[in-house]
Design a protein around this ligand. Structure first.
Ligand code: SAM
Length: 288
């Protein structure tokens, strides 16, 4: 069965009496070249387990099963589970789990996979929830080799942005803290069924694991500082932080910026990952 053929996809879905669910961000890929490239990018050899978020009808899943030792596919839409039973019937190295990724304990689900060897994430992400899914992966302590994802083009630009621009935000800093993002492919909207309103791009985030160039003393606090800094984009960093940390005096943040040689009226988007790490270490000290 060719799942990149649009008529085949429509016929398959009709045979199960289901239609595309916009509320789940269901835009299925129908370009075999793109599928091959994303699947190839997930990991350099076959010796890997791949977590796929949102397998849909299994188009990318099949390519992952052909390449890697094991695939764990998490799909929220229970209507798609019988379809996946049919489209993945040729493979004995896939486990389909009917669950919402946001409510899944990934450490528990993937414990056997991590015990066995490397684990990578590969997905054509549902656009309505791209940022929360990526933040969940980035904030987790799980030692993924990398995260290769199809996202909206604007989101890809944010993931790969440099400090100072309007695209630079909490997701950029969190991604840059955990790894190195690289845009590997642009994908026009007409390669999906149904076509979304905007173009997409595939980004691969190669995670540093234990080799992170810089590590905060308290990682949870670091992420909280980053979220607070960009929670109120139009505010100065001092004002945004005093909203995010109401237990601390506003003057404290002004002092911390002086210690870091940063201007008092600086905004969060001008700080590098390293500066955010230094700032969160200082906040840890004053909060003690
Ligand atoms: N992988 C397929 C492809 O490339 O054609 C489908 C990708 S489609 C953009 C996103 C998929 O994620 C859909 O199958 C959707 O039902 C699923 N999904 C949406 N929200 C989810 C969630 N919270 N947890 C798991 N899967 C989800």
């Amino acid at each position: 069965m060719n799942l990149c053929d649009r008529n085949t996809v429509r016929r398959l879905m009709a045979s199960y009496g289901i239609s595309f669910r916009q509320e789940f961000g269901q835009n299925f890929l129908t370009d075999s070249g793109v599928i091959e490239e994303i699947a190839d990018a997930a990991y350099p050899t076959s010796d890997c387990t791949v977590l796929e978020i949102g397998p849909g009808i299994g188009t990318l899943t099949r390519a992952l099963c052909e390449r890697y030792r094991r695939v764990v596919a998490l799909e929220i839409d229970r209507n798609l589970i019988p379809v996946l039973g049919e489209t993945l019937a040729d493979f004995d190295n896939v486990t389909v789990v009917n669950a919402d990724v946001m409510k899944t304990d990934l450490a528990e689900l993937l414990a056997p996979a991590f015990a066995e060897g490397p684990v990578a994430v590969c997905a054509n992400l549902p656009y309505y929830i791209t940022s929360p899914i990526l933040m969940k992966l980035l904030e987790s302590e799980l030692p993924f080799w990398g995260v290769t994802v199809m996202v909206q083009k604007e989101f890809a630009d944010r993931l790969c942005a440099a400090p100072g621009g309007k695209e630079y935000g909490a997701i950029t800093v969190s991604a840059a803290y955990r790894g190195k993002a690289e845009k590997i492919l642009k994908v026009p909207a007409d390669r999906f069924l149904p076509a979304p309103k905007v173009d997409s791009a595939v980004v691969r985030l190669r995670l540093y694991g234990r080799e992170k160039p810089i590590v905060p003393k308290d990682e949870a606090l670091f992420f909280k500082v980053v979220r607070a800094a960009f929670g109120q984009r139009r505010k100065t960093l001092t004002n945004a932080l005093s909203t995010g940390f109401p237990e601390l005096e506003k003057a404290t943040f002004a002092d911390l910026l002086t210690k870091l040689d940063l201007p008092a009226d600086i905004r969060g988007e001008r700080l590098s990952v390293e500066q955010f790490v230094n700032l969160s270490d200082l906040i840890l000290e004053v909060g003690k």
